[in-house]
Design a protein around this ligand. Structure first.
Ligand SMILES: NC(=O)c1ccc[n+]([C@@H]2O[C@H](COP(=O)([O-])OP(=O)(O)OC[C@H]3O[C@@H](n4cnc5c(N)ncnc54)[C@H](O)[C@@H]3O)[C@@H](O)[C@H]2O)c1
Length: 312
């Protein structure tokens, strides 16, 4: 099948790297990148960019119709820390934006990738979250992600929509700064380790969260979208095998490479969101259903982050 791909929220932390991977795999002329923000950068690499607010159903439909889209990577969202500041906007974009994409898929019959998050879990889960652990999030962001998972399962069951999702952990990448999430410290720390050799981390040093290097997350996304339909037992969001380290362990690992780097820990309100999430994720179902395996451990990720930032 020739892919004609639409990416929403394409200028964010994940979109920027997913666009590159999709254009390498399918060709940049097969991709329409959209975002509520504007950019002129993508035309340099041959990707067509259109400004699109996912809440604008008419414009979304025009793009899907005009470009005969058959696959949508729906990344437009408000993340956890930003969502707590504006819960209504978070609900509107994360839930109603997804509903627009789902509704139109009944008419235009395209496949959908829709990310979920480890924020679907709440503090009743304890340290290790299994695929079927209870979903009682305490953040509005987590509530929108649980709703998105349930809607994905519903549209698949009731309308046969081929939608697939992953519960991404905190994603670590060097190219684009993250967009207002609770795990942003795990990216900021690398930038500051190189730039100012000092960082004040906004969670406690013993805070342990599930994390993943962006290259593994992008590969997981492409592998899930390539998996045969009959192998998939989950449509809302698969748990992914993830790394698990404390903020202090990350600091110590970076310090091995940059000995003069100093980090202090001054928790703010984001500590509460981090405390409500699990420390570790059991991703056995992703391994069993569609064969996903992590490639980057903490050492490899830190070395690649530091080298990439040095050379950027
Ligand atoms: N980055 C992570 O660590 C992480 C972890 C778990 C889940 N996720 C999920 O992955 C997806 C992408 O996350 P990201 O990290 O790239 O986020 P991001 O904040 O970096 O990017 C989101 C993009 O969506 C755009 N956007 C916001 N409102 C929009 C609207 N109304 N219409 C169109 N575009 C709009 C923003 O301009 C931004 O470029 C989200 O669903 C997020 O919940 C991300």
């Amino acid at each position: 099948m020739e892919r004609r791909i639409l990416v929403t929220g394409a200028l964010g932390q994940i979109g920027t790297e997913l666009l590159r991977a999709l254009s390498l795999k399918y060709g940049s002329d097969k991709i329409i990148a959209t975002d509520i923000k504007d950019t002129e950068k993508l035309s340099n690499i041959g990707i067509k960019f259109l400004k699109l607010d996912v809440l604008n159903l008419e414009e979304l439909e025009n793009i899907i119709k005009n470009y005969k889209i058959n696959e949508v990577y729906h990344l437009a969202a408000i993340l956890s820390a930003s969502g707590e500041k504006n819960p209504k906007l978070c609900w509107d974009i994360n839930v109603n934006g997804l509903l627009n994409v789902l509704e139109l898929s009944i008419k235009y019959n395209y496949r959908i990738f829709s990310p979920s998050s480890i924020a679907v879990f709440g503090s009743d889960v304890g340290g290790l979250a299994f695929q079927n652990s209870p979903l009682n999030p305490s953040t509005v962001y987590g509530i929108t992600k649980v709703t998105g998972e349930l809607m994905a399962e519903y549209y698949h069951r009731s309308h046969g929509v081929d939608i697939r999702g992953l519960r991404y952990p905190g994603l670590i990448s060097w190219e684009v700064m993250p967009g207002g999430g609770t795990t942003d410290y795990a990216v900021e720390i690398f930038h500051e380790a190189l730039a100012s050799k000092k960082y004040t981390c906004f969670v406690k040093k013993e805070t342990r969260l599930p994390m993943m290097y962006m290259k593994d997350a992008i590969r997981a996304t492409l592998e899930l979208m390539d998996a045969p339909e009959e192998k998939l037992t989950i449509r809302g969001g698969y748990n992914l095998p993830s790394l698990s380290f404390t903020a202090e362990e990350l600091y110590r690992k970076i310090k091995e490479e940059i000995p003069e780097f100093e980090c202090e820990f001054e928790p703010d309100n984001r500590q509460d969101y981090a405390d409500s999430w699990p420390d570790e994720i059991d991703g056995t179902l992703s391994e069993n259903d569609w064969g996903f395996k992590l490639e980057y451990d903490l050492d490899l990720m830190c070395r690649e982050m530091i080298n990439s930032l040095k050379n950027s």
